[in-house]
Design a protein around this ligand. Sequence first.
Ligand code: NAD
Length: 479
Amino acid sequence: MATTQKTLHQYGLLFNGAWRETDDTFSVVHKHTGEEIARIGKASRQDVQDAINDAQATFKTNKLTPIQRYDILMRAAELFQARKEELALIIVQEVGKVLKDARGEIDRGIQTLIASAEEAKRIAGIGVPLSQPGFDGKMAFTVRVPVGVIGAITPFNYPFNLTLHKVGPAIAAGNTVVLKPAEMTPIIACKIADIFLEAGLPAGYLNVVNGFGQETGQYLLEDERIAMYTFTGSPGVGRHIKSVTGIRKVTLELGNNSPNIVHVDAPDVEKAAELCVTRGVGNNGQACISVQRVYVHRDIYDKFIEAAVNVAKALKVGDPEDPATDVGPMISEKEAKRVESWIEEAVQQGANIAFGGKRNGAIFEPTILSSVQPEMKVMCQEIFAPVINVVPYQDIEEAFAWANDTCFGLQVGFFTSNLQLAMRATQELEFGGVIINDVSTTRADVMPYGGVKDSGIGREGPRFAIQEMTDERIIVINL
Ligand code: NAD
């Protein structure tokens, strides 16, 4: 095993540009070795209120121009680039993400920030012709204004890029932020905040309140001074946030049990199999758009399974700090045990393990299941683990219906060389994103990203998040 960095990170809470210690703390462990790597201050209800006070006072008294926001975000992107290796190692340790995926996350987060900076310069409304009897001699246009204080609540699985998907657009749009990072992975969020301060972000723009969801997160939800919540996490918590925040704005980026369809005329069946496996187990299977359900046309099913198993066999499983490792530990042994029990249950109900299926501590092997049924947990719930299920189909109508037969609707992948069928898929598949000839896991950080049904509401991607994080104000002038 690679040597673990011995530094014990210590962070409190960030209000008004300074870190404050708290009496109450919690520890963060290395997800592979289990050793303590950080002690983090836990925010009380009073601390959360203090953070919101600072965010609100800053919003009212210290406005940044779009060019100032651009400069700060670009400077932060440069600092992240310069510290890439240090930051990637933190992600490896606190998430258990393998080094190559952690480096990829840093690269993506930097792009998210650069796109946010660029968008800061082009936030604009529209001209509105008042072409209606009685409105002669009047002109109108809209402007977009920041909403105010944004409460950002993030999940454990992409703690760098997803934090920047919230903080980048929020700052670009002129808002202030109170950030509540996932309690399993708060170190990188604290580093992000430090680097923003170094990049010249004025005190009070980004405040960090650490702690557990049902305490610190809940305090954040109960304060009416937060104008908007931007949340990424599980559907259950998303539903709770929507139910307690009344008529305030919310953006919810939730889960999925991503379907992928490989049709008989797929341009390259082996390539499709490789993508389904590598993007099903990448990030240790813990991505909201990880490949989970794979529907393969009956005529190419055997070829697909053989290719998929060969790809899975070649993957290196183990220490996430080793640059050659493909699959490392899940976020906790408890989660790996949950997956083990779901698979045992599926096998009892008739599923077949084509590859993998075993757990070693928090590590779950890359796993391919066949002979699965729609009502099995491994199929109908979000597995959030390095597991894919492969199902044969005869007619494309059947595959479209099965793909849609879910409470989720984030992204879907469809492999075909038939242009007409591809176009039909874009109409018939009920998801926020339909990816043709690539897997559901495909995401460019600049694209509009978000789901329908239980996968959420609102869109991320800096340009689209800025729409969510600003209000449209109409200006009418009587000439
Ligand atoms: P989670 O819902 O358990 O936690 C997410 C955040 O919510 C954490 O910061 C947590 O402390 C906080 N929280 C929990 N209870 C709360 C409460 N009562 N009030 C306020 N905050 C509360 O999710 P997770 O396990 O960290 O992440 C995994 C989930 O995130 C999966 O479902 C995955 O699909 C989803 N996800 C979605 C996207 C997307 O963009 N759609 C991206 C990544 C992850």
